[in-house]
Design a protein around this ligand. Sequence first.
Ligand code: LLP
Length: 426
Amino acid sequence: PRNVTRDADGALVVAGLGVRELAAEFGTPVYVLDEDDLRSRCRDFRAAFPDEDIYYAGKAFTCRAVVRIIAEEGLFLDVCSGGELAVALAAGMPAERIGFHGNNKSPAELARAVDAGVGRIVVDSFHEIDRLSALARDRGVRPKVLIRVTVGVEAHTHEFIATAHEDQKFGFSLSGGAAAEAAFRILDEDVLELRGLHSHIGSQIFDTSGFEVAARRILGLQAQIRDARGVELPELDLGGGFGIAYTTQDDPSPPHDLAKRINKIVDGECEAMRLAVPRLSIEPGRAIIGPAVFTLYEIGTVKDVDGIRTYVSVDGGMSDNIRTALYGASYSATIASRASTAEPILARVVGKHCEAGDVVVKDEFLPADVQPGDLLAVPGTGAYCRSMASNYNHVPRPPVVAVRDGRARLIVRRETEDDLLALDVG
Ligand code: LLP
């Protein structure tokens, strides 16, 4: 997070609060959210994309307090399940600022979204078009929809690939003609209001040329729809996926640069195809919340294994951060509770779970005097850590504490063993 310094003992201080005090009050592991950092990232995106709608992708992390912050900062919200929709509505996010995604939204979820009056539903299959049309006819309403288009571009970090076929579960294939057919069907039925097209090409992207290819292809479809039906769809969503720095190796573009490049691509393509420039929207998740959070753990054991490596075990692990085990994601770690002048040793930060792959940080240099009782901070855990947390080994999920101006506010409490036992009915 942005508001982190060290005190005279070398302990981390975040928004004016020492980590030892935070650990004493809330226990460990704990996710610490630097609220001003989160707000400043929202503002950076708002300033960079003033004429666009920014839908925060709630799947990265959501809870009522975060939804309220997002709403106060003028962002919209992308949800992709009934549960995320429930949190958004409970937090008071105006329904017209909510977008609803998903490749298999249930009839109940669709009904709830329509009844709540969400601003747009991103349709993902012909079955869904039929279901939603029936629902709309039934209720005498005309929901606004976007079509999720699979543009044959897949982007991850520094590379993207553009393929001719689109072999994945999301969206309507562009090359196979399904996307055009979906548009024609919605336009013909007239019970849904087709607002625009949508594409999302991947996550943790640094190479913006993937967006370039995606925009060109999707605007080609926009032109095809205009030529066939004489309508220019007023909106275009290019999805999320903007990369963040997990380690010093990563070098993400600031939102201003992204905005400049994306607008240039869209403006250029629209000019070439003589299309009016649609209203753009984007869906960043990770880039908004990821860097604003760090996880604070306490070290329980330190083990030197045959002089090869030192295993440092923390009091959480793959249940609060599955990303290392699942994706081979890279994180960094630092001793948070004190400074040390000891020489650095190569360490692996592991969790407390009964699984050899329970790794939080694969390789990190920690001071040789690292010991039980030290607090360890892992930065960049705001996105897809708490939201993908599990109860593996019946480990209760950690709390989220928002810090700002020297004050700490619990926004998600720690799960308890009673919470876990409450689900057992036998
Ligand atoms: N919009 C759509 C339609 C998406 O599917 C996603 C992410 C986003 C926006 C937000 O992407 P972001 O800006 O956060 O990269 N669990 C994985 C990431 C899966 C993302 C799925 N969709 C991870 O931990 O890296």
